[in-house]
Design a protein around this ligand. Structure first.
Ligand SMILES: C[S@@+](CC[C@H](N)C(=O)[O-])C[C@H]1O[C@@H](n2cnc3c(N)ncnc32)[C@H](O)[C@@H]1O
Length: 216
């Protein structure tokens, strides 16, 4: 008899929270859960107990006969980031409803600032399921070729890579004073910074939430 065991997620997954110092990188073998297909709006979430046993819990009503989905990628990543990750690590291009919606259900997670200096609008992919799609400003309609978008995305990646994520003052300063010069507040980078800051300010000794973290 051949027993086939699938690895649910070949990437190290994090216990507790991806932002905390208590995080551990582990790999797990979960043969039943590994059967689940991916959707960017999944109807389940994975929970782990202290013995690392996994429970798959429904997050909404799942009618009989409907497919049970998990999410292989980050839930708060924008469509280009999710699709690239899924393609590189799982070898498929997701074409779910969320990926097909340029606004991602109005969340604008991948939005970039319009290239026109007179415009305050957000750029979004015109055809998000096409990897080389041009982007267009929701406000002024300006069309930007995909190559130019890639340059900005790569520069943002380098900018984020240069940040010391453990330095709360640096993170806070970057969040309050710099990042929104480059991307709209809806962008996944802003959300990620907010989550990191909430975690660090809430959980680090001496940095308890004290009104220091204020929106401007
Ligand atoms: C962990 S397996 C999932 C179970 C697999 N569908 C099976 O039948 O054994 C992961 C693989 O399933 C496929 N897959 C999962 N979700 C998908 C989706 N939304 N669209 C296309 N392929 C998907 C991809 O080939 C991916 O690498």
């Amino acid at each position: 008899m051949i027993l086939v065991i699938c690895i649910l997620n070949t990437n190290a997954f994090q216990m507790a929270t991806p932002y905390g110092k208590k995080e551990m990188s582990l790999r797990g073998l979960y043969p039943v859960a590994s059967i689940l297909n991916h959707n960017c709006v999944p109807n389940t979430r994975n929970c782990f107990n202290g013995d690392l046993q996994m429970t798959v819990k429904a997050t909404k009503t799942i009618n009989a006969g409907s497919e049970i989905f998990t999410c292989y990628s980050g839930m708060l990543w924008g469509t280009p980031a999710r699709r690239l990750y899924l393609y590189k690590s799982k070898h498929f291009l997701c074409d779910c409803e969320r990926c097909a919606d340029p606004t991602e259900r109005g969340t604008l997670l991948a939005a970039l600032k319009c290239f026109s200096t007179e415009c305050q609008g957000s750029l979004l992919p015109i055809q998000p399921l096409k990897t080389t799609t041009a982007w267009r400003c929701l406000e002024c309609g300006m069309r930007v070729p995909n190559d130019n978008i890639c340059v900005i995305q790569s520069a943002l990646g380098s900018l984020m890579g240069s940040l010391d994520l453990k330095n709360v003052d640096e993170l806070e300063n970057f969040y309050l004073n710099r990042i929104t010069r480059y991307v709209p507040r809806t962008n996944q980078i802003v959300l990620d910074l907010q989550c990191r800051l909430v975690w660090e300010l809430g959980e680090t000794d001496g940095l308890r939430w004290n009104g220091k973290f204020t929106e401007t």
